[in-house]
Design a protein around this ligand. Structure first.
Ligand code: PGA
Length: 247
């Protein structure tokens, strides 16, 4: 059976002291987790976290990557640079990037492509806003977002991780119900099946107020292969409870 993936998204949180305390507590409690575990940390802390996670079962990830290979792009970080820190994952197209940095579906797709070319697994985020859900456009929106990534990545699409994150559920405490999440995951799985014979092995994560109390029911859904965890990943005990729920 495919192992689930629990990935923390620290967003713009942390400090040298806080990161060390958090990762030491996670490592002390994680044991031989039955699922895959990752933390996606702010880029400035990659070296610190790489050292703290050395020889552990917790993989390192970043939260964004440039859609360019290198050169005159002030402030951007190339995928090859991330790779030097032993990165396994990078989040691309998080709704906060789409919203505040105006990232288009095409830019997100090329970020995923750049990451794959460097041997980093992109965690591609898709998800509808509350207005889009209320207008009955959830399927249309997530399919459009995923279609751009499928179009540019061809058969490599089987190497990505997809995270369904309804924007209205992120950081609000208002998670999608397990049924709502499963419904969208089934749509995404069908879209991936039409694109590749390996769709069943693609991990589809749910994200948006997943926490220690609701993780088990979300993770029990047939097409939910893990979680992308924001707020609850900043508390070691909550993150460990979610990891245990994914076993
Ligand atoms: P949340 O964030 O768990 O705090 O809702 C999830 C995410 O944005 O990835």
């Amino acid at each position: 059976m495919k192992k689930k993936l629990i990935a923390g998204n620290w967003k713009m949180n942390g400090s040298l002291a806080a990161n060390e305390a958090l990762l030491k507590s996670v490592l002390a409690g994680v044991g031989q987790a039955e699922c895959q575990v990752a933390v996606c940390v702010p880029a400035v802390y990659l070296a610190q976290c790489q050292a703290l996670l050395a020889d552990s079962i917790v993989s390192l990830g970043a939260q964004d990557v440039s859609s360019h290979e290198g050169g005159a792009y002030t402030g951007e970080i190339a995928p090859a640079m991330l790779k030097e820190f032993g990165l396994r994952y990078v989040i691309v197209g998080h709704s906060e990037r789409r919203q505040y940095h105006l990232e288009s579906d095409e830019v997100v797709a090329s970020k995923a492509q750049r990451a794959l070319a460097c041997g980093i697994t992109p965690i591609v985020c898709v998800g509808e806003t509350l207005a889009e859900r209320e207008a009955g456009k959830t399927e249309e929106v997530v399919k459009r977002q995923l279609a751009a990534v499928i179009a540019i990545n061809g058969h490599c699409i089987s190497e990505v991780v997809v995270a369904y994150e309804p924007v209205w559920a992120i950081g609000t405490g208002l998670s999608a119900t397990a049924e709502q999440a499963q419904q969208v995951h089934a749509v995404l799985r069908a879209q991936l099946k039409a694109a590749t014979p390996s769709a069943d092995r693609i991990k589809l994560l749910y994200g948006g107020s997943m926490n220690a109390s609701n993780a088990a029911s979300l993770l029990a859904q047939p097409d939910i292969d893990g979680g992308l965890i924001g707020g609850a990943a900043l508390k070691a005990q909550d993150f460990l409870t979610i990891i245990a729920a994914a076993a």
